[in-house]
Design a protein around this ligand. Structure first.
Ligand code: SF4
Ligand code: SF4
Length: 238
């Protein structure tokens, strides 16, 4: 675990610079983040690499002095401090799912009424009840990619999802996106962009109706297939 100074009390530190090379051992590092996710991502990627290469920052107990940080940045540092890769993925998965779940609940874009969501009520879906909680299986056939559509077994009697499925939480239907009411952009999720590569992005996005454990195992897979083949052969599906 890394120790963070979030109040600027530490006096002995060096300032972070994106293109600077760092020695193996350094005083605490002060990082001023910006209100810009792409910049923050670059900074965090660099810190991740330095830490992986055994570069240390330490003044007394403090490793990093942070300014203009947010919850995602704090969680990124918490993740850096987890050694076990499975635990690392599990932590990020939980943080992002909790964030997305709160977002869906607080914004309530689906506006269910008599168990019919706003998209169904506006005839944008053929489904009758329970919104888009209908499971299917991938066929791995580009012309007919899905089969066996039926009510999802994880939809509880209370009409709440009984599992933490990140793909479902990342999904927004065409009605919501086209009406401009609600959308979730993967690129706005700093932790996913920081800790997962583009094959893992497909795993996170397209494994609906699966339990967390199955998705984490898939994320841990070593797969050497070239990306385009991986994509075309649906190798990202569980
Ligand atoms: S995401 Fe769209 S289809 Fe799914 S429940 Fe919400 S409004 Fe309905
Ligand atoms: S796993 Fe997905 S489809 Fe199934 S109940 Fe949960 S949110 Fe709905």
């Amino acid at each position: 675990m890394y120790n963070l100074d979030l109040d600027g009390k530490t006096k002995k530190y060096i300032e972070f610079k994106l293109h600077k090379k760092y020695k193996k051992n350094n005083p605490a590092l002060k990082i001023v983040f910006k209100d810009n996710i792409n910049y923050n991502l670059k900074v965090l990627k660099k810190i991740k690499k330095l830490l992986e290469n055994g570069v240390t920052f330490n003044t007394g107990k403090i490793n990093f002095v942070l300014e203009n940080y947010n919850d995602d940045i704090i969680n990124a540092f918490k993740t850096f401090g987890i050694d076990n890769i499975e635990k690392k993925y599990s932590f990020v998965y939980d943080v992002v799912c909790d964030y997305l779940d709160n977002l869906w609940v607080s914004k309530n874009p689906c506006k269910f009424c008599n168990n019919k969501c706003i998209a169904t009520r506006n005839n944008h879906l053929y489904l009758k009840e329970d919104g888009c909680c209908y499971s299917f299986e991938w066929t791995k056939n580009i012309l007919k990619p899905i089969k066996n559509k039926k009510k999802c077994k994880y939809l509880g009697d209370n009409k709440r999802c009984q599992v933490k499925n990140i793909s479902c939480l990342l999904f927004t239907c065409e009605y919501l996106t086209k009406s401009g009411t609600f959308n979730i952009e993967y690129n706005d999720l700093l932790l996913l962009r920081l800790f997962f590569n583009r094959k893992q992005k497909l795993i996170l996005r397209y494994n609906y109706f699966q339990k967390k454990e199955a998705i984490i195992s898939k994320l841990l897979e070593n797969n050497n297939t070239p990306f385009i083949i991986y994509l075309l052969k649906y190798e990202f599906t569980i």
